[in-house]
Write a protein that binds this ligand. Structure first.
Ligand code: ZN
Length: 106
């Protein structure tokens, strides 16, 4: 699924990103103007679990169970839906986390 999209603005490969909506148009973190938005992550980007109170209660419960606030994780997969982006992290590959829980590090 991943690796087949590029940023339509700069042409950068959106490695690890799967888009689950149409049209399949998605800007990279740099072109989006919001480089710290974890929903713009790509494969191997670093994100920090900074916002444990963000998202839905179920998102927060998963995060509390598997992650530690302030710790840095590396992105394995990014699944972008209409209204939510889910991140898969190395070391926790069976769980998808809401991107709003994280800050993308540059
Ligand atoms: Zn771009």
């Amino acid at each position: 699924m991943g690796n087949s999209f590029i940023c339509p603005q700069c042409g950068r490969p959106l490695a690890g990103v799967s888009l689950h909506f149409s049209p399949t148009h998605w800007l990279c973190a740099e072109c989006s103007g919001e480089p710290e938005d974890a929903s713009r992550s790509r494969l191997n980007d670093r994100v920090r679990f900074d916002f444990p109170d963000a998202g839905y209660e179920s998102d927060q419960a998963d995060a509390r169970k598997y992650l530690h606030k302030g710790r840095i994780y590396r992105v394995a997969n990014v699944d972008v839906y209409d209204d939510i982006t889910k991140l898969t992290l190395f070391g926790n590959k069976d769980v998808q986390f809401n991107s709003v829980l994280f800050k993308r590090l540059q």
